[in-house]
Design a protein around this ligand. Sequence first.
Ligand code: HEM
Length: 424
Amino acid sequence: MPDQPRRCPVTGFDHHSAEHGDDPVAAYRRQRAQAPVAWTEAHGGYWVVSDWAGMEQVATDDETFSSARHPEAGGDGLSVLIPKSPVAPHIPIEVDPPEFQGYRRILMRFAKPSAIKEVQPMVERYATAFVDSVIEAGECDLADVVELPAIVTVDWLGLDPREYPRYSSAMFAVIACHPDSDEYRHAATVDIPEIEQQVRAVIRARRAEPRDDVITGLAQAEIDGRLLSEDEVYSMAELLISGGVGTTASLIGQSLVWLAANPDERRRLIERPELLDGPALEELLRVFSPTQALARTVMSDTEIHGCPIPAGDRLLVSWASANRDPARFPDPDRVDLEREPNRHAAFGVGVHRCAGLHLARAMSRTLIGQILERMPDYEVDLDRLERYPDQGVNVGWKTIPTTFTPGPRRGPTIQELLAATAPS
Ligand code: HEM
């Protein structure tokens, strides 16, 4: 690679910088206005694509813009992140078509709407228990309550639900902490390898003794008459853990903070809860875009908006920024809980569009709905909010100090529920 940038326009953009983390919306707004496709020298150099048209071109052309690992383009590591992250390959997010299709079909057996409908009672049981854990106290850190997606994902997969805090903190560290932080290093070198051992043990156990869970389904799945290998099953399971645990928590947390700061809108949702089943949730997804941006590798010389992009370059495509492109969404910074049409990119666009979106929607509307119903006057101390340490890939609130009028429990707390759970 030449010493001097041979690409233009050049920008000082860095999605992992503190300045970006302070206000990602403003950073992307500047980027879209100055140059919707631009080169930055940060993290070894990459293109930033920040408008809707550019995002759509990249996300719908898998031949030119690959999601797979290419050692010549920045070494090994999770290819949809910049810089790459040192974890196991993730299937199918790092597999290009046509090989991709077989894996995706397997995944959708468990993630399609009818399958998620069967998971709904479990989602409700855990949501009730999380709210029951705090409801009598009148105060809490709402970030603890929005751990719901972690326990649901772990239980749905067939892992031990009592271990959910461990999965949750490890995934948080690798997606929302700086790679040079102690939290990140500990997760990458200790927690994730331990989780890998645990999950692999469960895969082997399910091969021997099948159960009614997703890991069993993956362990029994075949492509062209061939059983998936343990590595493949692990790669799919780890993707489901990392996709399922943090993103939905971020959406729920950001939405609840915004609703606390906008009481008229909160009242509207309390009076018309059906909005959460449709346009309101989609609008919250659009404006809060928990997964801000992911990466691709350029496979052949190409152009975006007339800008020449050489093969081998890496490229960051921002769903969050495309979601606020005024050419696509009128008055994009206004949160309109009845906005329609609203075909946003929060779940991605193209063949890799989020496989977990039905589960994400089910968990979000269930927990936001319960909190609005059971803690309708909750207030968030906006001055004591703490955001994720690194907001380059995932944005959200790490701490959400909250008070509300206490109410009655409906059943066991989450701790009581887990204490009564037999080891898996
Ligand atoms: C609000 C919550 C969520 C958001 C914003 C979100 C966002 C995304 C995005 C943007 C992609 C596209 C990746 C790409 O094109 O490179 C994606 C893919 C994926 N997500 Fe999600 N996700 C969420 C929840 C979940 C949940 C709950 C799960 C599973 C438990 C999940 C599992 C996946 C998987 C497996 C893929 C890869 C799909 C493929 O490659 O075919 N996600 N997600």
